[in-house]
Design a protein around this ligand. Sequence first.
Ligand SMILES: Cc1ncc(COP(=O)(O)O)c(C=O)c1O
Length: 403
Amino acid sequence: MSATTIYSRLSEQLEPEGAFVYLDLARQAMEKGIKVISFGIGQPDFVPPREFLDKVKEAIDKNFIRYISPLGLPELRAKIAEYLNNKYGADVKPEEVAVTVGAKAAVFMSIVLLTRMGDEVVVPDPGFPTYECVVRYAGGRPVFSILKEENEFRMVPDDIEKLLTKNTRGIIVNSPHNPTGSALDKDDVEGLMELARRRNLFIISDEIYEDYVYEGKHYSFLSFPDWRDHVIYISGLSKTWAVPGFRFGILVARKEVINKIELLATNIYSCPPAPFQYAALKAFEIGIEWFNEVREDYRKRRDTVLEELSKLPGVKAVKPRGAFYVFPNVKQLTNILGYKNVDELSRAMLFEAGVLMLPGTAFPLYGGEGFMRISYVLPVETIRKGFEKIRIWLESRLEGENK
Ligand SMILES: Cc1ncc(COP(=O)(O)O)c(C=O)c1O
């Protein structure tokens, strides 16, 4: 064995993200000449306000391209604190804010900071695969909270309580939720916070989809007066501002946590990219009034997906309140078509119908079996075209079977 192929035990815990595996398969399908309509990727398709994007150019022209503080520009951290305080009636101070390299780096750093060897951390299943992967990487044990269709895939406090042991250290919460689009209501958020208080747990609250709520409102864990004792809030610009390539994340926590995050950030990436920090100053000045139009458009897309799904045999879907995902139950369809599992169904749909929908098992384990994630980051006409392709494929498949 060569020296460069002997890896650390910890690195063996990391796994590829199912979504990226499928995006690669979609590329292969396209290389074979298949025209693919992709409901696979989790990034919005709109262009954010020009005056914000133009600031990146301005930053470069002004030579704003050097190292900055590991936690981001101080004036930006102050702006973010003010913005969140207005939004959630919170009392966040500038020194309690860190800008990170995407929300993902914030998730990674907070999990490795708070998880000790043998600690149990509750993660949603289905859920964003990074959570369980990084808990294992940190030497902890992910405990899966299976999100149930009958609860609209919400993380229900009573279910979580049953999972707690003397080794439980924390809970990772993600609302609105990837991949199901579920959104916690006020009672859920209060119930989870109550559990955290009673059992002295941390809550890593990934609120990256906070602005994509179509019915009711978003309840942030920052709204509690005692958030500092339990909560690490994570968000960023990737989804609301449609700039995942900027790698701009936000982490809010008590000052002691931020000091530790500074150590991690310094040793991993020195600082988040300077030009995007400069542009973000503008973003927080503009606010997100303009986003109302985007939300309305996305709501129409969601409703279109639900309408189209209702026309398919063997498929049923919970109406999701948030994010930009629908997570239909395709168990019956998988049976009708004679596939072993949803993974086979996804592959066949991609290579035979030219439509990419991710299998629920990409997120990341058991809870997603029998479900698919549909990301509706496409215009309504394209959504309709995608479903038309599926219907034609299904008709020919079912005809073939009846012969
Ligand atoms: C739940 C969740 N958290 C975090 C991220 C990552 O965000 P970022 O691109 O800012 O790292 C994503 C992206 O898909 C996500 O779905």
